[in-house]
Design a protein around this ligand. Sequence first.
Ligand code: BTN
Length: 266
Amino acid sequence: MIYSNLKKRLDIKNPFNAPVFYAESVSSTMDVSHDLERENAPHGTVVVADFQEKGRGRAGRLWRGRGGENLLFTVLLRFQGFSAIPIALSLRAGLAAASAVEDFAALFCGVGETRNLFCTVKWPNDLMLDSKKIAGILVESDGKSVFIGIGVNVGQTEFPAELREKAGSLALKIGSASALKSARFRLLELVLARLRRELTAKDWRERLLDRLYRRGEAARFIAGRADSGSVVEGVLSGVGEDGALLILPHGAEVPSVFVTGELDVY
Ligand code: BTN
């Protein structure tokens, strides 16, 4: 799909003052965003789709979802060079999305109801409600442009058997599936507003530590690639100044520092 073929724009607020393109179905919003980048689309250009044929997850996994139920988009960010890319950007995207999800859910609270959610960030950047993953974030970069792809399970209430234990959605948590689905682009506005501010925020680490999933608890971590076989068990103690994960292995006095890998905790 090429830029000029993306005819439909969503009429929503984009604080980056860039277009928000909508397509009913794409291969992946990541692919379209890469195309847009090559065609000189501006910083902050967004592509959102209701269905992806080949949605990408981290570590080469697929990201599947039912059409029109969830929020699936990629934001293109352009920087002068590698050193201008904000540190720990993928974690900060997670922080922005977590706050936006909470703001969005609050819009659906009835008078007198207390449905306020607390959305945590599972390192590196999954969003969790209780112990269910409700959103995934994939960040790709060529060292100058950054593509932040976010998939939030908004209105989906059924998941394939293999995901049922781990996946959740806003609808499963607070009900109102059809109202949530209809309002999904409002969530996009909220994420963009938070993301824009997050790019220059100085206090991201403190806020992240407050939201870090399973912080202070026992954790099992697969370092590096999923098939590395390098398993570390200890206490998830936090993240460093650069966003690296800190795990204090059982019996150790100094935390180990990890920049890639996956937590095996739910
Ligand atoms: C993960 O948790 O593994 C990351 C999932 C990222 C999914 C989103 S959906 C919108 C964007 N387009 C994609 O193909 N992937 C990201």
